[in-house]
Write a protein that binds this ligand. Structure first.
Ligand SMILES: NC(=O)c1ccc[n+]([C@@H]2O[C@H](COP(=O)([O-])OP(=O)(O)OC[C@H]3O[C@@H](n4cnc5c(N)ncnc54)[C@H](O)[C@@H]3O)[C@@H](O)[C@H]2O)c1
Length: 271
């Protein structure tokens, strides 16, 4: 296992599960989150098993991201593994979404990852080694209606990551992108944070269960991610139902859009 790691959005859900797996595997982990108290709590909990520190970090603040990543590299003699994982759920029918919904999704889910890459990649190029792991979503590979801003940002993260992977291979740096289906985390209960409410956003977890009967477990995903890294997978798509949906899109984008439209109708039906 690599030595020093940063996980953004590490106070909760997928980030917390990733941080836990990394600690178990002997990495020295910085849990970074806009929820500074949550990051402290996570670090305290995980420190029973290894070296963990906490940092309050807003990934929309490029300067703060660069400062943290450089500090962690300096304190650990390098930066081996970065998980640009922080993200928010933004959902609603596209006609009801405000530009604030679009801008927040872009700021956190896309710019947050851009800031992480912009900070970590030059450090890793200078080292001649390192791994960048960006959390996108299955919504970055398949049409995910009723959350167009989220879907757009996650497609962008997939594109960014695959382009960077091809280029970074020339510099000794590995890049991976994680594309999970719906995972059982607080994200699904907190859609549109600090944004105008939408009907689907208020019922995001129920809507997720409507299309993916069993939500994926964050700890299982974290183990799948570690397996994907060990196998040097460009795209880590999980669970199996997600890989099937992605295959469907590649076989017939038009048919996949029709299936997604039927799913949207079920998600919107009156409860
Ligand atoms: N839960 C799912 O169904 C699902 C599916 C696919 C992809 N994802 C992606 O996985 C990632 C993690 O989501 P999760 O499900 O664990 O959600 P979560 O809400 O449990 O955790 C997200 C964490 O990110 C933090 N965060 C939010 N905005 C931030 C910011 N500006 N700066 C720093 N930290 C910030 C939150 O405080 C929280 O601790 C996200 O990128 C999400 O889009 C989630």
């Amino acid at each position: 296992m690599s030595r020093s790691a940063i996980v953004t959005g590490g106070a909760s859900g997928i980030g917390l599960a990733l941080a836990h797996e990394l600690v178990r595997r002997g990495a020295s982990v910085t849990v970074a989150d806009i929820d500074g108290d949550g990051a402290e709590r996570a670090a305290k909990r995980l420190s029973a098993e290894g070296a963990v520190s906490a940092a309050r970090l807003d990934v929309t603040d490029a300067g703060a991201v660069a400062e943290l990543y450089h500090r962690v590299a300096a304190e650990n003699g390098g930066l081996d593994l970065v998980f640009n994982n922080a993200g928010i759920a933004v959902g609603g029918t596209t006609d009801e979404l405000t530009l604030d919904h679009w801008n927040r999704a872009i700021d956190v889910n896309l710019r947050g990852v851009v800031h992480g890459v912009h900070a970590a990649y030059p450090i890793m190029v200078a080292q001649g080694r390192g791994r960048i792991v960006n959390t996108a979503s299955l919504a970055g590979l398949v049409p995910a209606p009723l959350m167009a801003p989220y879907t757009a940002t996650k497609h962008a993260v997939v594109g960014l990551s695959l382009a960077l992977r091809a280029e970074a291979a020339l510099r000794g740096v590995k890049v991976h992108v994680v594309c999970p289906g719906f995972v059982d985390t607080p994200l699904l209960r907190n859609a549109n944070p600090d944004l105008p409410k939408t009907e689907i956003g208020e019922h995001a977890r129920e809507a997720a269960i409507e299309v993916q009967r069993r939500l994926y477990d964050a700890d299982a995903l974290a183990r799948d991610v570690m397996r994907g890294l060990a196998r040097d997978r460009a795209l880590i798509v999980a669970p199996a139902s997600g890989r099937a949906a992605w295959r469907g899109v590649r076989l017939s984008p038009s048919a996949a859009a029709r299936v997604a439209s039927l799913a949207a109708r079920r998600m919107l039906r009156p409860r």
